[in-house]
Design a protein around this ligand. Structure first.
Ligand code: NDP
Length: 341
């Protein structure tokens, strides 16, 4: 079977990508920072899989040449999924914590493949809706794959609130620039997901402290942290992690995906809508949420003030059938409860 390298295997999205690849019979090598986490991941994801999973260590994607050894030691990869990149809100230094790992990680893997992995046919990079969406200060009414976040390195480096969004934009730009200038033997696809919810396939019981950033609002709701009042929704579009993983796998397989970006966005959500779904799951969860849930504000901006979007390319080219918010939230809650929430 074809062999796939997946970077950042301990991540939320990568866990589901690996699961889907193994179910389809691909052999997968994944990179992790920590060998204990790598061993745990192999046990967790290979129980009933058809394909084989192993891991290799890449300590820090911000180091130039970070992927050279991994790729030189297994030069017969057919495909690469690059997901490893920081996503958290604990920004100390925008350059060191975000921009360097995102951008250098991306260019390092592309260079390593170009120089050492002649069998690679396609590379799929997990970019983000953050590389499309302009943020709150410049809001065009419509987002699709033709739109780019105009943020610059200096803007992202000087403003902690823009560090993550800048890192995703500049990393994706660096990838497409590499394709234009280096003209390698493989082609490129980027997946640009909105905020991702879904079960945490990459974690085992007791690992709740390592929960990924985008599931935190659901965790906080079921732990009673919004018991008095729901937090403002803030970022109000979303997609389920299983749809994101299918998109990565189809992006490898579908010839017509070549050289495209794919915006993955199921719909709008609000914290009130999520809370109502959680409340419907039973009295023990209901009591963790505000008593007057019906009176909480549904803070989705009205039509005309919120952006519009098109997810048409993901449906037509990758065949994505978007999961409903109801299913996504219920499955996420179930998974968090199993992890000890
Ligand atoms: P996670 O935090 O769960 O996964 C991030 C992965 O990257 C982990 O495996 C982490 O390793 C690894 N990583 C981070 N920094 C480094 C580094 N310096 N060196 C080596 N490995 C590193 O996040 P997600 O799964 O949510 O995100 C995966 C990708 O998807 C990212 O590129 C993110 O930007 C993108 N994305 C996520 C969205 C979301 O809502 N979740 C939305 C849009 C895009 P470790 O486990 O050791 O920390």
């Amino acid at each position: 079977m074809p062999k796939v390298l997946v970077t950042g295997g301990t991540g939320f999205i990568a866990g589901h990508c690996i699961k889907q690849l193994l179910e389809r019979g691909y052999d997968v090598v994944t990179t992790v920072r920590n060998p204990d986490k790598g061993a745990k991941l192999v046990t967790a994801l290979t129980t009933s899989s058809r394909g084989k999973l192993s891991y290799d260590i890449v300590k820090d994607v911000a180091q130039k040449g970070a992927f050279d050894e991994v790729i030189k030691s297994t030069p017969d990869f057919d495909y690469v999924l690059h997901t490893a990149s920081p996503f958290h809100f604990n920004v100390q230094d925008p350059v060191k914590d975000f921009l360097e790992p995102a951008v250098t990680g991306t260019t390092s893997i592309l260079e390593a493949i170009k120089d050492n992995a002649p069998a690679v046919k396609r590379v799929v990079i997990t970019s983000s809706f953050a590389a499309i969406n302009h943020g709150s200060d410049k809001k065009p009414p419509f987002y699709d794959e033709s739109v780019w976040n105009p943020i610059t390195w200096d803007e992202a480096a000087q403003d902690k609130t823009k560090a993550y969004r800048g890192s995703k934009t500049l990393a994706e730009r660096a990838a497409w620039t590499f394709m234009d200038t280096a003209r390698p033997h493989f082609d490129l696809v980027t997946i640009n997901p909105s905020l991702v919810f879904g079960p945490a396939a990459h974690l085992s019981s007791g690992d709740l402290d390592s929960l990924n950033t985008s599931n935190l609002r659901i965790l906080h709701m079921i732990q009673g942290e919004m018991n008095d009042k729901l937090d403002p929704t803030g970022f109000y579009s979303w997609v389920d992690v299983r749809d994101v993983a299918i998109a990565h796998v189809r992006a490898l397989e579908v010839p017509g995906a070549s050289s495209n970006r794919f915006l993955l966005l199921a719909d709008y959500h609000t914290n009130k809508r999520i809370a109502k779904i959680i409340a419907s799951m039973g009295p023990q969860l209901r009591e963790k949420l505000p008593a007057n849930l019906d009176e909480e504000e549904d803070d989705l901006p009205p039509p005309g003030e919120r952006y519009l979007f098109s997810n048409k390319r993901s449906i037509e080219v990758l065949g994505i059938e978007y999961t409903s918010l109801d299913k996504s939230v219920k499955d996420t809650v179930q998974s968090l409860l199993e992890l000890g929430a």
